[in-house]
Design a binder for this molecule. Structure first.
Ligand code: CAA
Length: 276
């Protein structure tokens, strides 16, 4: 379900009309920002495969839509997402899990090129933490509780947690979290570089939207390419990454946005980016 609205509140949780397919995400646009809210509040936004498919479908559709420059993902006050849906997995065999290949959907989200802002209140656990770490800028509420508690279920993170958390906070802290299942509060998450900003709960969504709007006012090509360059830091040596960055930097001189941005600075006026 997609609608357009200018708002200071996220899309409202709601129930589908009788007979309608359940919408596990709510989608709205605000100018050039596409906003998605998870809509499974009764199970703390547990991320079942249907929700993840709806999320990936919407993100991909917006990634291909030139009118949108930045995407925003949020949950509810109590939970961003409390992880993959445990009930959905509990009795599955290894063969079912392997054949189902549910994390292929998560790879679709990793390939989204536009920047994704996350507004995180309450629990971001297991797959919720892993999804948060796939976002590019994370605004956390003071209520955020972040963790990889899969060890309590007799398993381990399966959607990138052992890799992304370790890169984000280092081995010692990642081991502490993954092997004990302890939660990190927002202050610690900020101190350790796992989230970008921490704000009071009532400001979490509005702050995230403010950041998304600010980013959406920049040149959309530069936004996408800069995201790609930062992510390259996780995949390459420093020398390779710097080389890659330099090529992308030069490449941006082929865009109208570069000419407009630099001319506007010289002319002492605001740039008007066209994404060309
Ligand atoms: N999957 C399915 N249902 C979940 C869920 C999850 N991950 N997390 C919470 N729920 C459901 C609960 O079963 C409960 O449903 P009912 O009301 O029908 O009983 C409802 O959400 C509310 O939860 P609680 O009553 O447990 O709420 P609480 O405040 O007492 O505790 C909590 C909150 C600490 C987050 C607790 O719900 C919890 O520990 N949840 C599981 C967290 C977890 O282990 N996440 C990892 C999942 S595995 C994974 O994500 C693998 C991966 O790498 C992709």
């Amino acid at each position: 379900m997609t609608s357009t609205a200018s708002m200071t509140k996220p899309p409202r949780e709601n129930a589908p009309p009788p007979g309608a397919t359940e919408s596990l995400i709510l989608a709205e646009t605000d100018g050039a920002v596409g906003i998605i809210r998870f809509n499974r509040p009764k199970v703390l936004n547990a991320l079942n495969p249907e929700l993840m498919t709806q999320l990936a479908d919407q993100l991909e559709a917006w990634d291909a839509d030139d009118s949108l420059h930045v995407l925003l993902i949020t949950g509810g006050d109590r939970a961003f997402a409390a992880g993959a849906d445990i009930g959905d997995m509990a009795e599955r065999s290894v063969v079912e899990m392997e054949q189902r290949n549910q994390f292929a959907t998560w790879d679709r989200i990793r390939r989204v090129r536009k920047p994704i802002v996350a507004a995180v209140s309450g629990f971001a656990l297991g797959g919720g933490c892993e999804l948060m770490m796939m976002c590019d800028v994370v605004v956390a509420s003071e209520t955020a509780q972040i963790g990889q508690p899969e060890i309590n279920l007799g398993v381990m993170p399966g959607a990138g947690g052992t890799q992304r958390l370790t890169r984000a906070v280092g081995k010692a802290v990642a081991m502490d979290m993954i092997l004990t299942g302890r939660f990190m509060d927002a202050g610690e998450a900020l101190q350790r570089g796992l989230v970008s900003r921490v704000v009071p709960p009532e400001h979490c969504y509005t702050e995230a939207l403010k950041i998304a709007r600010l980013m959406a006012s920049k040149g959309p090509i530069a936004l996408r390419i800069a995201k790609e360059a930062v992510n390259k830091a996780f995949e390459s040596s420093l020398a390779e990454g710097v080389e890659y960055e330099r090529k992308l930097f030069y490449m941006l001189f082929a865009t109208d946005d570069q000419k407009e941005g630099m001319r506007a600075f010289v002319d002492k006026r605001r740039p008007k980016f066209e994404g060309k």
